[in-house]
Design a protein around this ligand. Structure first.
Ligand code: ASN
Ligand code: ZN
Ligand code: CA
Length: 344
C-alpha cells in the first residue's frame, strides 16, 4: 500500500474535538503522524510489561489504532480509540511546543517520533515514560481514584521525561530526581497553556482532568503551593533528598510558579492560586514564556545528571544571564524565586 499523510480529527475524552494528522494506508487510516516524526499510538490491550529493571520477559503490545473514515472515536471512555485520541493529541501538541518554542525537533532533537501505549494494564492508576522502549504508556485508572491518565498535562509530563533523559539526564533519585520530576511538571504545564484547548485550559495543577472523587482532591499536584497534595515540599530543607521524587519536585514546581506568576493571590484562566513564599518575601513574576526559556536552557546547557537544587539555582541564573543579560530583571527574578523557596 502507498502511505500518505491525511488530516483528520477525533473526539477526545478531555479536550473535545481535536485535529489529528494521520496516515492513509489503502482504504483505512492509521493513528500515526508522519509530520511529527512518525509519532503513533497503539493499544496495550490491558496487558503489562513483565520486567526486572531493564530486562523484560514480555511487553504489553502497542497495536496501532486504525479508523475507516479519519474521524476518530466517540469521545466516550468505552470506545478504546477515545483515550488514543487524547494521547496522540497530547504528544502532538508537546512536539509542536518543543519545536516552535524551543527549536527542538522531537524528544532526542533528531526529528524522530516516539509512541504512546494506552489501556495499559487493568485499573492501572499511573502513566510513565520508559527509556528502554523510548515510549509513553498510560493506564485507564480504576475509575474511583483516577480515570484514564491521558490528559494533556500528563502526556506532556511523560514525553518531557524523554527530553530530560536525552539532555541533562537528571538521575531519578534524591534532589536530581526531584528536579527531573519538576522538569516534567513544568513543561507539562507550559504545554497545557500552549495548547490553548478550551475544554482543558492551562493551569498550575497536574492531572486535574484525571482525578476522580475518591482521591479527595482536585488534582494530583499543585504547583502554586505543592503541599496542597498533603505530601510535597513547598520549601527546600535538609533531608529533602530523602523524599519520593514526586514530592521533592515541589520545591522546583514552587520556584517555577513564583518565577512565572509571582507570590500572593492570583487567578489564572479562572483558577485561583495562593503562593506564599518560604521567607515571607514578595516575588514579582516574569511570565510563563520566560520561565520556559530559562528552564529549557538550564536543562539543555547547564544541568547534568547530578545537579541538585543549589546547582539548579546556578544553572537557571546562567541561563537567564545568557538570555537576558547579567543583572537583568529576569536574572534577578530567578534569584528571588529560588531564595523564596529556600534555595540560596
Ligand atoms: N507517573 C509517574 C511519572 O511519570 C510514573 C513514575 O513514578 N515514574 O513520574
Ligand atoms: Zn514523572
Ligand atoms: Ca493541568
Amino acid at each position: 500500500d502507498t502511505l500518505e499523510s491525511a488530516s483528520g480529527d477525533g473526539e477526545s475524552l478531555y479536550g473535545g474535538t481535536v485535529p489529528l494528522e494521520t496516515t492513509k494506508s489503502g482504504s483505512s487510516y492509521q493513528l500515526k503522524d508522519a509530520t511529527r516524526g512518525g509519532t503513533y499510538t497503539g493499544d496495550a490491550a490491558n496487558k503489562t510489561d513483565q520486567c526486572l529493571l531493564t530486562i523484560c520477559l514480555s511487553r504489553a503490545p502497542a497495536t496501532l489504532f486504525t479508523d475507516a473514515d479519519n474521524h476518530w472515536a466517540t469521545g466516550e471512555a468505552t470506545d478504546r480509540a477515545t483515550a488514543a485520541v487524547d494521547a496522540q493529541y497530547g504528544t502532538d501538541v508537546t512536539w509542536d511546543y518543543y519545536e516552535k518554542v524551543h527549536g527542538r525537533s522531537g524528544i532526542a532533537g533528531d526529528g524522530k517520533g516516539s509512541y504512546n501505549r494506552v489501556h495499559y494494564g487493568k485499573d492501572y492508576n499511573n502513566a510513565f515514560w520508559d527509556d528502554t522502549c523510548f515510549c509513553m504508556t498510560y493506564g485507564d485508572g480504576d475509575g474511583k481514584l483516577l480515570g484514564p491518565l491521558v490528559s494533556l498535562d500528563v502526556a506532556a509530563h511523560e514525553m518531557s521525561h524523554g527530553v530530560t533523559s536525552k539532555t541533562a539526564a537528571l538521575t531519578y533519585s534524591g534532589e536530581s530526581g526531584g528536579l527531573n520530576e519538576a522538569t516534567s511538571d513544568i513543561f507539562g504545564t507550559l504545554v497545557e497553556f500552549y495548547a490553548g484547548n478550551a475544554e482543558d485550559p492551562g493551569d498550575w495543577l497536574i492531572g486535574e482532568k484525571v482525578v476522580r472523587s475518591g482521591l479527595g482532591r482536585e488534582a494530583l499536584r499543585f504547583m502554586d503551593k505543592p503541599s496542597r497534595d498533603g505530601e510535597s515540599a513547598d520549601c527546600w530543607s535538609e533531608g529533602l533528598a530523602d523524599l519520593d521524587v514526586h514530592y521533592s519536585s515541589g520545591v522546583g514546581n514552587h520556584f517555577a510558579y513564583l518565577l512565572a506568576e509571582g507570590s500572593g493571590e492570583k487567578t489564572v484562566n479562572g483558577v485561583g492560586h495562593t503562593s506564599p513564599t518560604c521567607d515571607g518575601s514578595a516575588v514579582r513574576g516574569i511570565g510563563r514564556a520566560k520561565l520556559g526559556k530559562i528552564w529549557y536552557r538550564a536543562l539543555t546547557v547547564y544541568m547534568t545528571s547530578s545537579t541538585d537544587y543549589a546547582g539548579a539555582r546556578t544553572a537557571t541564573l546562567n541561563a537567564a544571564k545568557d538570555l537576558y543579560g547579567s543583572g537583568s530583571t529576569e536574572q534577578k527574578a530567578v534569584a528571588a524565586a529560588w531564595s523564596a523557596v529556600g534555595v540560596r
